[in-house]
Design a binder for this molecule. Structure first.
Ligand SMILES: [Zn+2]
Length: 467
């Protein structure tokens, strides 16, 4: 998930999960949680930075962990260096739709020089488990895996198949991961009726959750590359038009000047209406700003945190620049990359046309990743209702409501096929720890991890086990 998405999901504190005893030292008495913690530490030590990915080492680790627990699992995918891992616990004779537990193996790169602990050290220190992927999203993968192990160990009688799939390449759009598997290996997804994936949030105060957000829709990624070209030559005799870098700067200035007015997307209005109706606090009042037109722009700008404001307009971020190799040489090419995020009901065509028009002859525009609108996953129905029940049991009085994510996940590939897909985070997260997502010092509080493992187990039992 993107950092921007994480920004939206930051408002997360403590909740009291009656599922486990939390010891005074912040550890846990739950043997499964301890086992999960050991697995997470070992998994965090595997470097699956994308690029380049190298997810196969992670996939092999997960496959072996499943196999050790008596669950047959196999590597999947066409690139030997970029495998996913897949396991299916079957419910013989069941006519129910299967539940897919989805996560990704890759992580964004980390520069260890900026970190307090080594990013691939899997260090336990100060009540935390440290490492790239501790929040995004190796912790979720281990929680999902342990939920499967729990069913297997107890010999649970299943009323539906439950599938575990951890994929490569999510961080760079999932084209070589989930999308490729769906297109080339549809048999893996036979009878899948629901997907539980990353992307949810919880928002809590002091010692309890106020709000669980189940992600049902997200903004759409449109990733663009601008390439400017000009004559290469000596810096002492520059071209009259300034050369490639000057072209690129002109193009980027015009892109920066594009206006992205606030507008209310129907998916955002729906989710915020549901969320604000459940909340009697100040946040509920500010969420009502996102439910109706005309939009109160002044209140939006003063009352809403940036993470919510971004749900009211398309955004364009210049995220990557490359040009030149020496102070005295004019380069032939200059390249910039743009991370555009569109409101859920937008098609990429309008934005692409405005960027192309702004850039004019100063640069070529290439589309790196694009997505068309997909339907919201319904904020009701079997899986959503089961999530609501389980979360109410875990944290009484907490509201459970649909949310829209500013970031993107592989859920959009399932939504495009009409398969409800829910972003769900079982873990509490302190706001001051959340910057670790795609940032420095990514870490998860060990106690919250253990509790989240229990929450995930509860959800999977509720949805998949015969009563
Ligand atoms: Zn992620």
């Amino acid at each position: 998930m993107s950092r921007r998405a994480a920004g939206l999901l930051l408002l997360t504190f403590f909740f009291l999960a009656p599922l486990h005893c939390r010891k005074a030292d912040g550890g846990t008495d739950d043997p499964v949680a301890r086992e999960a913690e050991d697995a997470l530490v070992a998994y965090l030590r595997i470097d699956t930075s994308n690029p380049p990915g190298n997810e196969t080492t992670g996939a092999t680790f997960l496959r072996d962990l499943l196999a050790k627990n008596g669950i047959p699992a196999r590597l999947v995918g066409d690139d030997p260096r970029r495998q996913g891992v897949y396991a299916r616990l079957a419910a013989p004779g069941s006519k129910e739709k299967a539940l897919l537990l989805l996560s990704h193996i890759d992580v964004v790169p980390a520069d260890g020089r900026d970190w307090t602990q080594p990013p691939f050290g899997g260090v336990r220190s100060g009540g935390y488990i440290w490492g790239r992927g501790a929040l995004d999203i190796k912790s979720l993968t281990i929680a999902q895996l342990m939920a499967l192990v729990d069913l297997k160990r107890r010999g649970a009688r299943l009323r539906r198949d439950v599938i575990f799939l951890a994929t490569p390449d999510e961080e760079l759009g999932g084209v070589h991961g989930t999308r490729a598997l769906l297109e080339k290996h549809p048999e893996l997804f036979t009878n899948v009726g629901f997907v539980l994936n990353e992307g949810g949030s919880n928002e809590t105060a002091v010692d309890r959750v106020l709000f669980w957000g189940i992600e049902v829709q997200q903004k759409l990624p449109l990733w663009l590359r601008l390439t400017a070209t000009g004559p290469a030559g000596h810096g002492a005799v520059p071209p009259g038009d300034g050369g490639a870098i000057a072209h690129l700067l002109r193009a980027l200035t015009k892109v920066e000047a594009l206006e992205h007015p606030y507008r209310l997307d129907p998916s955002v209005a729906r989710a915020m209406t549901a969320a604000s109706a459940l909340r009697k606090d100040a946040r509920g009042k500010s969420l009502r700003l996102l439910t109706h037109e005309p939009l109160d722009v002044q209140a939006i700008e003063t009352e809403l945190p940036p993470g919510y404001r971004t749900l009211l307009r398309d955004t364009v971020a210049i995220t990557h620049l490359t040009a030149g190799s020496a102070v005295n040489a004019v380069p032939r090419h200059a390249v910039a990359e743009l991370d555009v995020r569109l409101l859920p009901n937008s098609t990429p065509d309008d934005m692409l046309a405005s960027v192309r028009k702004a850039v004019g002859h100063d640069a070529e525009v290439e589309v790196l990743l694009s997505s068309n609108p997909v339907p919201d996953s319904p904020a009701s129905g079997e899986l959503f209702d089961a999530l609501t029940r389980t979360l109410h049991a875990a944290a009484r009085r907490a509201a459970v409501a649909p949310i829209i994510s500013a970031g993107t996940t592989d859920s959009r590939y399932f939504r495009a096929r009409g398969i409800p897909s829910y972003g769900f985070s079982p873990f509490m997260l302190n706001y001051y720890d959340a910057d670790g997502v795609h940032g420095m010092d990514e870490r998860i509080r060990a106690a919250f991890f253990g509790e989240g493992v229990g929450v995930m187990r509860g959800v999977v039992r509720e949805v998949c086990e015969k009563r």
